[in-house]
Design a protein around this ligand. Sequence first.
Ligand SMILES: Nc1ncnc2c1ncn2[C@@H]1O[C@H](COP(=O)(O)OP(=O)(O)OP(=O)(O)O)[C@@H](O)[C@H]1O
Length: 609
Amino acid sequence: MRRLPWLPIVAVGLIVLAALAAPVIGLADPVAMDVAHRLAGPSAAHPLGQDEYGRDVLSRLIWGARTSLGIAFAAAAIACVIGTILGLVGGYVRGVAELLAVRSMDVVLCFPPLLLALLVVTLLGPGASTLIPVLAIVYLPSFTRVAYAGVLSVRGHEYVTAMKVLGAGRLRIMTRTILPNIAGPVLVQFSLAAASAVVLESGLSFLGLGVVPPAPSWGLMIGAARGTMVQAPLLLLWPCLALTVTILAMNALCDGLRDVLDPHPAARRASWFSRFRRVAAPVVPEPAEPGTVLDVRGLTVAIGDPGDGKLAVRDVSFHVREGETLAIVGESGSGKSLMSLSAIGMVPAGVEVSGGTATMEGKDLLALPAAELRKLLGDRMAMIFQDPGSSLNPVHRVGSQIAEAIRAHRPVSRRAATTQAVTLLRNVGIPDPERRAKAFPHELSGGMRQRVMIAMAIANGPRLLVADEPTTALDVTIQAQVLDLLASLKRDSGLGLLFITHSLPVVAEIADRVAVMYAGEILEEGPTAEIFADPRHPYTAALLRSAPKDDGPAPEGIPGTVPVPGDLPAGCVFAPRCDKSIDTCVKTRPPLFDIGPGRASRCIRWASL
Ligand SMILES: Nc1ncnc2c1ncn2[C@@H]1O[C@H](COP(=O)(O)OP(=O)(O)OP(=O)(O)O)[C@@H](O)[C@H]1O
């Protein structure tokens, strides 16, 4: 959870408190005139001076806040309640309800706010009671649209279907299931609308369409001060300052709220690449051995603020050589993806790299500026994901997507890139590549889509390919074909392959070396054949026993679950689930022992296993 934006909260809180407390803090009467002292400067009795009718400026300013904020909050609250209901019903019930609730808002949007205000003021006469409905109507469509868009995005989720299957009624689903999921954006919209309503109220009052004199309002104060600007310029300054400070504080509060309420915290104001951030001081990496494509040392990744101590990856070191596949294997939640993504600088939202280096071609990927990292991604290093269905853009033909990947890094014409795309499709074993290049992703099978992803990844001849469970979504036959394809690519081009999987049979088929990951640590590492034949960590042994085999004993599950970051055991992370655990395992965190050429184990009992 992100920290609350305390400074804007305090600033807005003080402004609201002052406005609420106006009747009880002994202010002068805001409408009492003292014409003898008109335009008098600041004095003990009138700290901010007196206006053109001798009224106390401080009092009018604070009472004006009461008027402006009162109108703005009331209008935003009315718009929020009605708009959210309309969006909820329109988005969930659809049909005529959608037409009435959501499309009618398009009609409101056609009216400029000023025109709408003029219309209503002509009908109802000016005053605060007119301004509230006017502003509520102005802000209604924004709430309806935010709620409607929110409902559309969550209504297809399984948890909504699950409620339907349980027999829950529409009202219950809308209020108990959908509303809490869209409450964040609606709340943010509320603070935005309230801030903007303060400005609009002042503007309308300034134009004589809002609060009626002599009632205090910032807009009226600005309007009146305009006429005496030369004799008493400060009279213009105070309401402008109040308006500016209030709007700045409210906008900062909106930003802060959005940060706190957005479930993808780092996705907010930063671009994808600027999310990448290393908080530890850069370290000069030691030179890697020749032939090393990626050399990772001491990588540590924290979830949220590193000071909170929620480490999802702890002190991980590994390397990938040319023409070699390193498989990262472990149960779900062990940190494989986070570690691999962070190692190539693609740090996901809400996560910080708090230590370590990741060197490729002499550059530390964890310290590279975003622009330089961008140059390497898709060129010197590429990535393929588990679900090609969601990784390919559904509205572009696959050939042009591959061509774009080429043109992002090479100055070639569209025609030349398209020709190369067809060659790449042929190379990854897609039959009739000329025709397939013109297909949209949904026109291809899952296996073909994954081949397209691979073609795109290798389009610029990368030295490192990171494959995050690339075969999990495919059936066994296609899985074998894709693994063969990756193996032949690696053989032919000499690229290094970092392969993330939870499947030991896949590891056996593709990997030269294996790193076994658990709770954000590498527990064992070594050549694949040796790890399979002679595991030297109880977790590796348990994983091997849990893998399905064609012949031999039935798979055994591993009792217990992977600990979550922030709640890791003090000693060996696997100790609570380990049948070989002794007292020391529970108390002391073991180091990674060097147990032979290319082999390492984080078990103090490795020798006796
Ligand atoms: N962006 C994120 N924000 C917060 N926590 C995260 C984030 N990404 C991963 N985590 C947490 O980090 C831990 C490791 O997650 P990760 O996805 O790396 O595991 P994994 O081994 O790849 O699992 P799977 O095989 O299911 O993909 C999990 O506890 C997960 O909840």
